[in-house]
Design a protein around this ligand. Structure first.
Ligand SMILES: C[S@@+](CC[C@H](N)C(=O)[O-])C[C@H]1O[C@@H](n2cnc3c(N)ncnc32)[C@H](O)[C@@H]1O
Length: 237
């Protein structure tokens, strides 16, 4: 079967991720099978399995059954920050955008015994999804913690944080809303500062550790080899 024009266009794009599949441990797969219908939003696709059809706009009130502040986590991994945030802020709703299904499965395995009604996942490329899937100004906070670092010079164009993605994040944040980022790669931190300090829609408000950000595997790995963790928070002007 040949690719559709939308698939060709999507596959030609530089993406911030390569790995996708991978077998889940049976416990995570079982949790995914049991809970995906509840927690993973079945979005329409156009152009591939990590896309979201541009005509689709998520209705948080329909999804969560209430009107509440919305936090979007980009690349939630196995969901440490997501779960900590959702537990700490039951009056806030959380949507995690993640391309790596085993990460979603691992996170769901933690929700089997402790359901979190204020959490949902969209299995999608955040660069595509955030551009169209949420109404402008509808998000309270965006979290991007330990994005894939792409440390080699020739790979750096794959980094998700760049001017275009900053525009995309600004589109969904409400004025006064906050984009929180963290990385253990100094060069990526400097890149974030350069790009986001120069963005006319954003203002740096903090370099302190994000209040609800737990220590994750990525942070532990970074500190174990002597890296400095940089936290940044930008307010949408
Ligand atoms: C290094 S991990 C960090 C995970 C988590 N934020 C943490 O701190 O533990 C980066 C995650 O971002 C995901 N990711 C990379 N590019 C993405 C994209 N364009 N859209 C959604 N998720 C993405 C990867 O699949 C991976 O799970």
């Amino acid at each position: 079967m040949s690719a559709t024009p939308a698939e060709v266009a999507y596959l030609a794009r530089t993406r911030s991720f390569t790995r996708r599949g991978g077998r889940m441990p049976p416990r995570h797969q079982a949790a995914y099978d049991q809970l995906a219908d509840t927690y993973v939003i079945d979005v329409p696709r156009e152009g591939g399995s990590t896309t979201v059809a541009p005509s689709y706009v998520l209705d948080p009130v329909a999804v969560f059954g209430r009107r509440a502040p919305l936090v979007v986590e980009v690349g939630a991994g196995s969901g440490d920050a997501l779960i900590a945030g959702a537990q700490a802020l039951p009056e806030t709703d959380f949507v995690a955008l993640e391309v790596w299904r085993p990460g979603i499965g691992q996170c769901l395995s933690r929700l089997v015994d402790e359901p979190l009604p204020n959490v949902r996942f969209v299995e999608a490329d955040a660069e595509v999804a955030l551009a169209t899937m949420l109404a402008p100004g509808s998000v309270e906070e965006v979290w991007t913690y330990f994005p894939d670092p792409w440390p080699k010079r020739r790979q750096q164009h794959r980094r998700i944080v760049g001017p275009e993605f900053a525009d995309t994040v600004c589109r969904v944040l409400r004025p006064g809303g906050v984009w929180r980022l963290a990385t253990d790669i100094d060069d990526y931190a400097a890149h974030m500062r350069k790009v986001l300090d120069a963005h006319e829609g954003l203002e740096l408000i903090s370099t302190e550790r994000a209040p609800l950000r737990p220590v994750t595997r990525f942070e532990r790995k970074g500190t174990a080899v002597g890296r400095t963790i940089t936290d940044l928070a930008y307010r949408r002007l």
